[in-house]
Design a protein around this ligand. Structure first.
Ligand SMILES: *Cc1c(COP(=O)(O)O)cnc(C)c1O
Length: 345
């Protein structure tokens, strides 16, 4: 059966053209700073983000963990939005590696400067854990791919800077936020001390993320990456995929957003489906099922029988994600199938 795989935007396969770029990539030992493809990618991403330097890492999780190593110390406090990737999807890495605790604020992944300020714990207090960083996820995955309003970003990062608190953008899907808002990547990244981007989500690469920021912070990030065992050698063959994707897969992201809206449109109003169309801003569709409708596990299993693969996100929450390997027609069909299943058909 024709499989429509909407579990994640990470399921994309490298295209023939991307594989050709990989095959032809110049390479060298990146531990000696001698991989020309890695160097080009790092310089290009730093420029795109308006930062002094960038560092290639194997995954978005390592990007987040490297950032925490650079910006925090053990026993400190990090303020994050609800249901953030760094809290939910990293197997407890932040506690295990950086030894930080999280204070979760706001709703649906978003929060305001007021939420942030109310949660800050002052450094030097005899019992409070010092708040040393604030993390913003944009777009916010579990929030439904929502875009973090840039006014709030600016206000939060400004408030943080005044208190000597570092700001970090988990920008695994910042390319989607830029595509949806027509803001430049540099503008979206500007308020932050450190920023990460993922190549393996909407851009369709097989592997890779980057962290970017001040040159001194990235020098520390190089050591943190090494400590995690994430330093690589002739990594130019994967950097080549990133360079290819920046040229060919960034401009097409609005297509994914339109496809996600088309899918969500088939769910909106269907019996038993609870969906807030206001959250369908990019390539992610998150919906819930009513108490009288099948639960997420049932919906996921029944949909798979009909060729539609989606992710259970909570007991009654399902995620479908548009990406470069699914067409508009497939997304519409998936929306119809999911709507029918939830309605009990
Ligand atoms: C996917 C994702 C990551 C982690 O990326 P991996 O490459 O899977 O480790 C980090 N943050 C967000 C918001 C993500 O969606």
């Amino acid at each position: 059966m024709d499989r429509i795989d909407l579990r994640s935007d990470t399921v994309t396969l490298p295209s023939l053209e991307m594989r050709r770029a990989i095959a032809e990539a110049p390479a060298g030992d990146d531990q000696y700073g001698e991989d020309p493809s890695i160097n080009r990618l790092q310089e290009r991403v730093a420029t795109l983000l308006g930062k002094e330097a960038a560092l290639f890492v194997p995954s978005g999780t390592m990007a987040n963990q490297v950032a925490l190593q650079v910006l925090t110390r053990r026993g400190e406090d990090v303020i994050v939005g609800a249901e953030s990737h760094i809290v939910w999807h990293e197997a407890g890495a932040s506690g295990a590696n950086a030894g930080v605790q999280f204070t979760v604020v706001g709703q649906g992944g978003l929060f305001t400067a007021q939420d942030f300020e109310s949660a800050v714990k002052a450094r030097g207090h005899h019992v409070f854990p010092a708040t040393s960083a604030v993390v913003i996820e944009n777009t916010h995955n579990r929030g439904g791919g929502v875009i973090f309003p840039q006014m709030d970003v600016a206000a939060i990062c400004e408030a943080a800077r005044k208190k000597g608190i570092s700001s970090y953008l988990d920008g695994a899907r910042i390319f989607n936020a830029a595509a949806a808002t027509n803001a430049s990547l540099a503008d979206l990244a500007q308020p932050f001390d450190m920023v990460s981007v993922a190549l393996s989500k909407g851009l369709g690469c097989p592997v890779g993320s980057l962290v970017a920021g001040r040159a001194a912070d990235i020098a520390n990030a190089v050591r943190a990456r090494r400590r995690f065992g994430g330093a690589m050698r002739q990594a130019g063959i994967v950097a080549a995929a990133g360079l290819y994707a920046l040229d060919h897969n960034m401009a097409r992201l609005p297509e994914d957003h339109a496809n996600a809206r088309a899918l969500a449109g088939k769910l909106a109003g269907a019996k038993g489906v609870i969906i807030d169309m206001a959250t369908v801003q990019t390539n992610i569709v998150i919906f819930r099922t009513a108490a009288t409708a099948p639960d997420a596990a049932t919906v996921v299993a029944k949909a798979r029988d009909q060729g539609v693969w989606v992710s259970p996100f909570a007991q009654r929450t399902v995620r479908a994600t548009a990406h470069l390997d699914v067409t508009r027609e497939q997304c519409v069909r998936a929306g119809e199938i999911l709507a029918r299943i939830v309605a009990g058909g």
